[in-house]
Design a protein around this ligand. Structure first.
Ligand SMILES: Cc1cc2nc3c(=O)[nH]c(=O)nc-3n(C[C@H](O)[C@H](O)[C@H](O)COP(=O)(O)O)c2cc1C
Length: 190
């Protein structure tokens, strides 16, 4: 059965992004493994951790627990990221996760010509987000993830489903969420 990796960066228990993401999960199916970033406590690369990682990478010793996120990412067949729109991008817990999966020798390597090439199995990634206001021309979340997918992970098929303007007074937030859910339901991306 295909392995679906669900990267959940939805911080709030009542997260609307999480609710929207369920529609994508239902379409993706497979054997779903969730990484709930709010509960994982993933460390960013401060000096000590960076030096340890560099030394282990050099020895090609990937047995340390810090590499488990990169291994799971590399082995997934399909990936779903759910992240609310925070500060024009996404919550910092997702950035910390990304820092931990960009591992030379596990998720990508550099060719002799100096270009990054993928070591990941996935060919498809879905990104689900909701935003309090507008996002056009000011979203630095999905475009960043999309570029990482193409440059490092060899994931060429990406799609972003979103509901925006949800916190604007007078806006029909429920209607916007419903519309986004229907887009996911009818999309031929899956
Ligand atoms: C810390 C934080 C930062 C936010 N930054 C933005 C922002 O830059 N632009 C925006 O439109 N909405 C912003 N919002 C509003 C959220 O995008 C919006 O409420 C979203 O639907 C929250 O998703 P959730 O229901 O899944 O938690 C922010 C909310 C929080 C809590």
């Amino acid at each position: 059965m295909k392995k679906t990796l669900f990267i959940n960066a939805c911080v709030r228990p009542e997260s609307r992004t999480r609710m929207l993401a369920q529609h994508a999960l239902d379409r993706m199916g497979g054997e779903i493994t969730e990484v709930d970033l709010g509960k994982e406590n993933i460390e960013p690369l401060r000096l000590e951790r960076l030096e340890l990682r560099n030394a282990l990478q050099e020895e090609r010793d990937f047995s340390h627990e810090m590499f488990r996120y990169a291994k799971a990412f590399a082995e997934a067949d399909e990936i779903l990221i759910a992240a609310p729109f925070w500060d024009l991008a996404f919550p910092a817990i997702l950035r910390d996760y990304i820092e931990n999966i960009c591992v030379q020798g596990l998720t990508f390597y550099y060719t002799e010509e100096g270009f990054p090439a993928s070591l990941c199995r996935a060919k498809k990634l879905v990104y689900v987000m909701t935003a309090g206001g507008p996002t056009e021309g000011m979203d630095f979340g999905f475009p960043y993830v999309d570029t990482l997918c193409r440059v490092f992970f060899g994931i060429e098929e990406t799609a972003c489903f979103k509901a925006e303007m949800l916190d604007v007074i007078g806006v029909d937030a429920e209607g916007a969420l419903q519309k986004a859910a229907e887009e996911i339901g009818h999309s031929d991306f899956f």
